[in-house]
Design a binder for this molecule. Structure first.
Ligand code: SAM
Length: 262
């Protein structure tokens, strides 16, 4: 059986590594979670700032290496062997920060899992494939604006921090990466009565990106209103495409369609 690749592209550029640590703004005494420590390049620098570090690594061999390298001098380090996309982050004391050069293949599910536990997290400094970060930071009207942009920006303040060329890694990946920060919001960006309905509409609106909303939102057709030659829903012209709608537009639609008894 072919061994599953674990997105093991290790950082080899000391200047970029240092920059990442500076941008993560880790203070002495912070509790930090590092996902995928790999060979420990970021781990070592994190431990030079704060002793309270939990690492989550899927590869048993790398876990052993991290243990052998760091446990003796850093007795507070916790090493969790397992999948960061399945980890129960509520088992950790709230208020921690997350730092990770995420494995490409699992970056989005791991990020979504972290957002799910966002109320326990101060901030996350994450590295992902550049194209995905383009989507996370995209605004309405941008080509990259998608349901993932709305999901992440609904829950978090997103900031792009640094571009990282593929030459910073070994083995060298085919793609470039970007570093960004996510700060979970105490309250979602917009107020919606029913978040499930809100995301159902958002996902439907982007389902066929090039189609008009009137085609993507057929499920709610009975609520469409024809006004002066335009088809509208919650006042929004449905000849528009999902990618032009702001978060507030989506919230208005969801609240308009919300019916507590349905
Ligand atoms: N932090 C190291 C660095 O920057 O050099 C390694 C980063 S490498 C891109 C991703 C790391 O995540 C690898 O060590 C890999 O084994 C680990 N990994 C892959 N899938 C994982 C998962 N689902 N949960 C936790 N760690 C994972």
């Amino acid at each position: 059986m072919r061994k599953r690749p674990l997105g093991q592209n290790f950082l080899i550029d000391p200047e970029i590594t240092q920059k990442i640590i500076e941008l993560a703004d880790i203070k002495p005494g912070d509790s930090v979670v590092e996902i995928g420590p790999g060979k420990g390049v970021l781990t070592q620098r994190l431990l030079s700032i704060t002793p309270s570090l939990t690492v989550i690594e899927l590869d048993p061999k790398l876990c052993r290496e991290i243990k052998n390298r760091f446990c003796k001098d850093h007795p507070d380090i916790k090493i969790m062997e397992g999948d960061a996309a399945k980890f129960d982050y509520s088992s950790l004391k709230p208020g921690f920060k997350v730092v990770s050069n995420l494995p490409y293949y699992a970056a989005t599910p791991i990020m979504k899992k972290l957002i799910h536990f966002g109320s326990r997290i101060q901030n996350m400094t994450l590295m992902m494939q550049k194209e995905v970060v383009d989507r996370l930071t995209a605004q309405p009207g941008n080509r990259e604006y998608s349901s993932l942009s709305v999901f992440v920006q609904y829950h978090c303040q997103v900031e792009r921090l640094l571009e990282i060329p593929n030459t910073a890694f070994s083995p060298r990946p085919q793609i470039d990466s970007s570093l960004f920060s996510l700060k979970p919001l105490a309250r979602p960006k917009v107020q919606v009565e029913d978040p499930q309905l809100f995301f159902k509409i958002v996902n439907a609106a982007f389902f066929h990106k090039r189609k008009m909303l009137k085609n993507n939102l057929k499920l709610w057709k009975k609520h469409f209103i024809d006004q002066q030659g335009q088809t509208r829903l919650a006042g929004i012209d449905l000849s528009r495409r999902g990618e032009t709608l702001s978060m507030s537009d989506f919230a208005n639609m969801a609240n308009y369609l919300y019916s507590p008894n349905e």
